[in-house]
Design a protein around this ligand. Structure first.
Ligand SMILES: [Zn+2]
Length: 583
């Protein structure tokens, strides 16, 4: 059946179009509708053109209505859908020309020469998110073709896979460029044979001079046969490092000298610098623009989403695409995302670890995903932040505090509460009139989660009960001042020595002291403490006691230590070791 005549489909399209129009000031966007329909009806992927035609018609009909008319239809027919969609729709704008392609394909292509850090989050999350939005394909491509300067290392292939998994970015296909050298050689041969590339023997300095003068170097004008001969000579080890490069012909008068006849392959002495995966098998290695440019086409990339520092690379690669008779994918160049205070340079991370400045790739001072994970920053928070920033070409500066606020919103509802007393100081409360059973809710707004319970029993003639409180709270205490032990009772300070504070019980109810705005402090009954270390973002360690109930916690749990901050439990053994997330 022609899609045109499928009434059920038409109705589905009409609904999606009206909902989309209402969200976009009355102008529905065809690309988004195509993506949505394909998301629901995958079998139509082979008929995208036909589908687009139907959608375009419906979009025209709907867009000719006023926004008010559209809203009226939506309110009448699908009142809940609209509300739900508005809540969800803090999403990315549609991709350009999405309806031109039967399936959207995006990629993330790291060099496995280091672990990933926050600086890669944008490329990963945007590329993955768009692939999902259009029910497309997300490719992971390891760009590991520099065994000398940006040398890949085997451990990083795996850590990158793990980081993507942690971020929730499922990879549909994976490629490793060091497996693909024969493919690059084939296309290079074709480019040379067609007179679109040549083997340049000029010393770099000389080539630079010739190019700056907008002139062809002597190699450029050699007969094709001779260039092919040089190419085979290169493959057979006839040159040493630095003696020859393959160049792709561009416009020798291009306004940007960096675009003129860019280098595509060079020689690397892999006896001296063996590749971690393929050793010394190859000595001719592709440079970035050749390998990435060929792969983007060969892997069916429809949309390349990357930082605007890659703009010139697109200009360079377009010449090669023209030589090969290919169409360049849609390219979106977003602005730089700077995170103030985040330590992001790969080389500094690697160097710092080598020198022992950092404990490892998950040192809390680093902006690596491994460190963020250890600190209890959730992938959902990172994702939400990146999607909110979007794909604008302008530079964006965020602070750690921005990321924390996204994370806090998530952790606040999911984390149970406990008491932690850094730098413990003793509090002795006298005249406690009876035994108290304190019930401390695990979450103030979620009673169904239950509580921690501690019994406080007065002892001896003085009816005393002993607690641990923080030194900071103790320092702020003055005689006669009333304070409240959270969820327990109120006490009046009597005196202080170097090791302890003495106070007297005054009353139980919070209502009584609420008016005078007393300080509420956390406490742990003496004897119910559990040793605890919190590793702070600057890698310093805060020592103290957490409450005994924390012994039950499992590693990798996020909790909130009240009046201290959110932490992620790293290990529970003789003591609890946690990493600090943020306030
Ligand atoms: Zn030359």
């Amino acid at each position: 059946m022609a899609l045109e005549d499928d009434n059920e489909l038409r109705e589905l399209i009409r609904k999606a179009t009206l909902l989309n129009a209402v969200l976009h000031d009355g102008k529905a966007q065809a690309g988004a509708i195509v993506g949505k329909i394909l998301g629901e009806k995958a079998d139509l992927r082979t008929r995208v053109k036909e589908l687009s035609n139907v959608i375009n018609k419906v979009v025209n009909e709907v867009n000719s209505l006023s926004l008010a008319e559209q809203k009226e239809i939506v309110d009448k027919n699908w009142p809940e859908t609209q509300k739900k969609q508005q809540a969800e729709e803090k999403r990315l704008p549609p991709l350009p020309n999405a309806d031109k392609y039967p399936q959207i394909v995006t990629r993330f292509s790291p060099n496995p020469d280091c672990v990933l850090h926050l600086g890669s989050a944008r490329a990963i999350i945007l590329s993955h998110e768009y692939a999902r939005m259009y029910n497309g394909k997300f490719i992971l491509r390891f760009e590991d073709t520099d065994p000398k300067v940006k040398r890949p290392s085997l451990i990083f292939y795996d850590s990158i896979r793990q980081d993507l998994k942690w971020l929730g970015c499922k990879v549909d296909e994976e490629y490793i460029q060091s497996d693909r050298l024969p493919i690059y050689y084939d296309y290079t041969e074709r480019l040379i044979a067609d007179g679109n590339a040549y083997v340049c023997e000029c010393p770099p300095e000389e080539f630079r001079k010739t190019t700056l003068a907008k002139q062809a170097c002597p190699c450029r004008v050699l007969p094709t046969a001779e260039n092919l001969e040089r190419w085979h000579h290169m493959l057979n080890g006839g040159y040493v490092e630095g003696q020859a490069v393959v160049r792709v012909k561009t416009d020798i008068e291009h306004p940007n000298p960096a675009v003129r006849d860019w280098p595509a392959l060079r020689i690397i002495d892999t006896k001296k610098y063996p590749h971690p995966r393929v050793g010394s098998k190859y000595i001719v290695w592709p440079l970035y623009n050749l390998a990435a440019g060929l792969d983007d086409h060969l892997m069916g990339m429809t949309h390349i989403i990357r930082g605007k520092e890659h703009y010139t690379n697109m200009v360079r690669q377009k010449y090669m695409y023209e030589h090969l008779g290919w169409n360049y994918p849609e390219a979106i160049h977003y602005g730089r995302l700077k995170i103030t205070g985040a330590f992001l340079s790969k080389s500094k991370i690697v160097q710092g670890i080598k020198e022992g400045v950092y404990a490892g790739f998950d040192d809390p001072r680093l902006g690596t995903f491994a460190a963020l994970r250890k600190r209890g920053i959730t992938p959902e928070a990172i994702k939400k932040m990146i999607i909110d920033v979007g794909i604008k070409p302008n530079d964006v500066t965020l602070s750690w505090e921005n990321l924390y606020s996204y994370n806090r919103k998530i952790l606040d509802s999911t984390s149970n509460r406990y008491f932690f007393v850094p730098q413990p100081f003793e509090l002795r409360v006298l005249e406690v009139p009876k035994t108290f059973n304190a019930k401390l809710p695990l979450h103030p707004e979620k009673p169904e989660r239950g509580s921690r319970e501690y019994t406080v029993t007065p002892n001896g003639d003085e009816a005393a009960a002993n607690f641990w409180i923080t030194k900071k709270d103790a320092d702020a205490m003055e005689a006669e001042k009333v304070i409240r032990l959270m969820e327990l009772f109120n006490v009046k300070i009597e005196g202080k020595t170097d090791n302890s504070v003495t106070a007297a019980f005054t009353s139980e109810s919070y209502e009584e002291v609420r008016k005078i705005k007393v300080q509420l402090i956390q406490w742990i009954p003496k004897g119910m403490e559990f040793k605890c270390q919190v590793v702070m973002p600057d890698a310093s360690v805060t020592e103290g006691y957490c409450e005994a109930d924390c012994k039950k916690l499992k590693p990798d749990t996020n909790i909130q230590f009240e009046r201290f901050g959110f932490v992620r439990v790293n290990e529970v053994d003789e003591k609890l070791v946690a990493y600090y997330s943020h306030k």
